[in-house]
Ligand binder design. Structure first.
Ligand SMILES: Nc1nc2c(ncn2[C@@H]2O[C@H](COP(=O)(O)OP(=O)(O)OP(=O)(O)O)[C@@H](O)[C@H]2O)c(=O)[nH]1
Length: 268
């Protein structure tokens, strides 16, 4: 692979099969978006590329036995450019700042704001990862790690500090972590199928019994959201369903939308 602008193009592969996910990298000029992307794809820190080029790379990953085609947009913000091009395109965002640049950190906040605003207006659940890059330049640090963590907590982001120049393992973890979060959200969005009982209905006491194999034992479904949390209100619903369906052999649990709040995850 040539380490030049034209070389960047050769990183692209046209994927076939599997699920396709899109991740966009956002951040102020010079924070290392391109360096991080190229490091993730080639495992190398390449310094010779056109900083004024917005490009999309493709990488194939396997996650939990699923083939994934990952498209990564290394954005380049021009004054007249329209953020819709990445907001509408991306399934997840990696917002990058440089720990050596206070201004880039403030810029990251602006990007986070615009993503959250888009998230609210579109109703999309979009994972965001905040990355403080260039930790190899510790002596020039202007943004503390705790400031980064606080910002990430505020916007419910994953958070990492790394160095595109030095740390391939961590750069890989950033993309993997983002992809994992993305897969988790997509899986949660699979609509629930009606559930039915093939044998006798479990009683509410059986459902609550500590020896019970679980609240959904005896229930069969072709597909359901992974590990939905059962809340006290669900148990109340079940009781009501039991009553309503007392004369029927089968009953359907009311489809319930499980929305589990995204946890705050901080990585060192
Ligand atoms: N020391 C150090 N330098 C880095 C690191 N990451 C990127 N750089 C350098 O910072 C400069 C900007 O990196 P880019 O990857 O072009 O930054 P960018 O965010 O893509 O910026 P634009 O391409 O201008 O949008 C380059 O000279 C890189 O070599 C890092 O982790 N450590």
């Amino acid at each position: 692979m040539k380490e030049t602008m034209s070389g960047r193009k050769t990183l692209q592969r046209n994927g076939s099969g599997g699920t396709e996910y899109h991740i966009a990298l956002l951040g102020a000029l010079g924070v290392g978006k391109s360096a991080l992307t190229v490091k993730y794809i080639t495992k190398r820190f390449i310094m010779e590329y056109d900083p004024f080029l917005e490009d999309t790379y493709t990488k194939h990953e396997t996650m939990e036995k699923e083939d994934i085609t990952l498209k990564i947009m290394d954005t380049f913000e021009k004054e007249e450019s329209n953020p819709d091009r990445y907001l509408k395109w991306a399934d997840a965002f990696i917002v990058v700042y440089s720990i050596t640049g206070r201004q880039s950190f403030e810029g990251a906040r602006v990007y986070l704001d615009s993503i959250v605003k888009f998230q609210k207006s579109s109703g999309k659940d979009i994972p965001i990862t905040l990355v403080g890059n260039k930790v190899d330049l510790e002596r020039y640090r202007q943004v503390s790690k705790s400031e980064g963590k606080t910002l990430a907590t505020q916007y419910e982001c994953l958070f990492y500090e790394t160095s595109a120049a030095e740390d391939y393992e961590l750069v890989n973890k950033i993309f993997e972590g983002t992809l994992r979060e993305l897969c988790r959200i997509k899986e949660r969005q699979i609509p629930l199928q009606p559930l039915y009982i093939t044998e006798d209905k479990p009683t509410i006491s059986a459902l609550l019994s500590p020896t019970s194999p679980g609240p959904f034992s005896g229930l069969h479904s072709t597909r359901r959201a992974k590990s939905p949390k059962v809340t006290s209100s669900d148990i109340k619903d079940t009781r009501k369903d039991e009553k309503d369906s007392s004369n029927t052999k089968f009953y359907q649990k009311k489809p319930t939308t499980f929305r589990i709040l995204k946890g705050f995850k901080l990585f060192n």
